[in-house]
Design a protein around this ligand. Structure first.
Ligand code: HEM
Ligand code: SF4
Length: 576
């Protein structure tokens, strides 16, 4: 029988059921079949195998070491100590003794066996979070402002992130039936109407994020919808919507490319969810369902044009008034690490978490330190899009105790880190991600040590320079708007992208198709040496690059697929 495509699998899934329940009950089952492996994503899990063991197991004639990654949805990255401890506890009992804060403010648990999957999903729901729609062709985790400043605007924005999250949960009862021992509907009815998504859900995943300028800590322009509140008198009056951001692309496939979201319209705050629904249903009805590589909203907006898209959205908003988008200016995507006052007499502490990985090693014990802080001081936690964390709601008297726990477990002091290191990030890749072409998380520490040495040598340790790495071009660590990015092509080989922005508002372009991992610091040094020699007083690397390079307002596809030098040579030849 021909393999079904994802649209057919969704169509025939009986509201995302497939045969998930029967596989879970089958004795000795270790993994799902191909169709269910697509459906399990909508429930918040990826089916994976331990890639470190693949060759050995194959040589021994054995099956893959099947396992699951489970992703908790955490709107705005905000969770209580009890919720954090529930994840920590599962990491010890049912997973691989590690947790990972993700670049979209969620938490991932790894290495879960099929027999434990239901227990993990159940426990996540029992602590008041969920995994439904954390992956799959639906609205994913809603990102929002992580920095825990206490004032009415920040509180309202967090409430909006939670409301958006609830509004776009898939309505299927399959989730509660399969994982939570929920009741079946009377008469064995299984198909539940999905009022927003419809029978086939969306053509592809869909991401929403909110930021309060000047801080763009949720990196909103990389999302399908970015929201920015306007609060002229200290109260939110409305939101500007940006649409059509998204980063995934494929090496060498010039039809695929990253896009930044563009301004669409402004709407009063009581209609912001209506406006999101209008955008989402436009993508549902007009998005490309024939080719998943071209199915994201960014291609619809780019192909039809922003004017067409705006008219379509407005026509769906019927009597709701909209205005032209308002001006938005960002200064940084960085986090406020260290101690800061919250604004309500309490304090928050931003802690650097390299690559979001919470684990204990001989050198540093993040897992124990965070567990002790959560158990003893019961702070709130706020995961940032740079995979760092804020502990908030802390009394001034408890600051020293928290610092002591961090010190005892050798968590690096902020003062010892370059500014670039504090925001640098790498995706997971090997050994869990099926799509990784090169190492990312496991290689990044060493690469960054080399780059840190360069930064110190050039006196740039306090400069905001955004650096990111991924194991493949899909872009999970948002490489394409970083100042420098290394995008995996093959083991030990990376494409070098340069020229994004530490404000998250410009795309990088392809500097070199292939750079060896060991050569990355030297390549960065070459470019940064030019910067130190030629920068104007106080100029950031982002602004220096913008001033000295011609890359145009809206880069075309070649920007990501053809090296700068080759394009320049071609242009020069054409000019002669
Ligand atoms: C075509 C595009 C993409 C595909 C097929 C894809 C697929 C995957 C897979 C298979 C994983 C699991 C890896 C693991 O944790 O073991 C993953 C992780 C993740 N992806 Fe993607 N992804 C894509 C693009 C993106 C983009 C553009 C973003 C965000 C801008 C993103 C955000 C994430 C996040 C936050 C994780 C969790 C791990 C981390 O923080 O690095 N993904 N993705
Ligand atoms: S960027 Fe590629 S290698 Fe990295 S987690 Fe995403 S899909 Fe995997």
């Amino acid at each position: 029988m021909a393999t079904k495509n994802v649209e057919e699998i969704k169509d025939q899934s009986r509201s995302l059921r497939g045969t998930l329940a029967s596989t879970l009950q089958a004795p000795n089952a270790t993994h799902f079949g191909d169709e269910d492996a697509q459906l399990i994503k909508f429930h918040g899990s990826y089916q994976e195998d331990d890639r470190d063991l693949r060759n050995k197991l194959k040589a021994e004639g054995k099956d893959k070491a099947w396992q699951f990654m489970v992703r908790s949805k955490i709107p705005g990255g905000f969770l209580t100590s009890a919720q954090y401890l529930a994840h920590d506890n599962m990491a010890g009992r049912l997973s691989t003794e590690t947790l990972r804060f993700t670049t979209r403010q969620g938490i991932q648990l790894y290495g879960i066996l099929l027999g434990s999957l239901k227990q993990v999903i159940k426990e996540i729901n029992a602590c008041g979070l969920t995994t439904i729609g954390a992956c799959g062709d639906v609205v994913r985790n809603t990102m929002s402002v992580a920095v825990p400043i206490s004032n009415p605007v920040y509180d309202e924005v967090q409430r909006l992130a939670e409301e958006i999250s609830r509004t776009f949960y898939p309505k299927t009862t399959a989730y509660s039936e399969i994982w939570l021992d929920g009741e079946k509907l009377p008469d064995g009815k299984e198909d539940v109407e999905e009022p927003i998504y419809g029978r086939h859900y969306l053509p592809r995943k869909f991401k929403i994020a909110i930021a309060i300028p000047p801080r763009n800590d949720a990196d909103i322009l990389s999302n399908d919808i970015g929201l920015v509140p306007h609060f002229p008198n200290g109260k939110v009056e409305g939101y500007t919507l940006f649409v059509g951001g998204g980063f995934g692309m494929s090496h060498g496939q010039t039809a695929t490319r990253p896009h930044l979201a563009q301004p669409l319209l402004y709407v009063a705050k009581e209609h912001v969810i209506d406006a999101c629904i209008a955008v989402i249903t436009t993508q549902r009805d007009h998005g490309n369902r024939a080719d998943r590589k071209l199915a994201r909203l960014k291609y619809l907006v780019a192909n039809k044009g922003i004017e067409w898209f705006r008219n379509e959205v407005k026509s769906r908003l019927a009597n709701i008034g909209t205005e032209a988008p308002k001006e938005v200016k960002f200064t940084t995507v960085s986090d406020l690490l260290g101690w800061h006052e919250q604004g309500n007499g309490k304090w928050f502490r931003g802690v650097w978490v390299p690559e979001g990985r919470i684990k204990d090693t001989d050198e540093v014990q993040y897992r124990t330190a965070f567990r002790k802080i959560a158990e003893k001081y019961r702070p709130h936690l706020h995961i940032t899009a740079n995979t760092n964390v804020y502990f908030s709601n802390i009394d001034a008297n408890d600051k020293a105790g928290i610092d002591q726990i961090l010190d005892e477990h050798k968590i690096p002091a902020i003062s010892g880190l370059t500014q670039a290191r504090q925001t640098a990030h790498a995706c997971v890749s090997l050994p869990t991600c099926n799509l990784g072409l090169a190492e990312s998380e496991r290689a990044f520490g060493k690469v960054m040590n080399g780059i840190d040495a360069v930064l110190r040598e050039l006196g740039l340790e306090n400069e905001e320079i955004l650096i990111r790495m991924t194991g493949c071009p899909n872009g999970c660590a948002r490489p394409y708007n970083a100042d420098f990015a290394f995008v995996g092509r093959a083991p030990g080989k990376y494409a070098l992208y340069v020229g994004g922005s530490h404000r998250g508002d410009r795309l990088a372009g392809l500097k070199e198709k292939v750079v060896l991992e060991a050569d990355i610091p030297a390549k960065v040094k070459e470019i940064l040496s030019d910067f130190t020699a030629n920068r104007q007083t106080g100029e950031s690397f982002t602004d220096y690059w913008g001033r000295t390079q011609e890359q145009g307002e809206v880069p075309n596809a070649e920007h990501f697929h053809v090296e700068f030098a080759e394009r320049a040579a071609r242009l020069a030849a054409a000019g002669n």
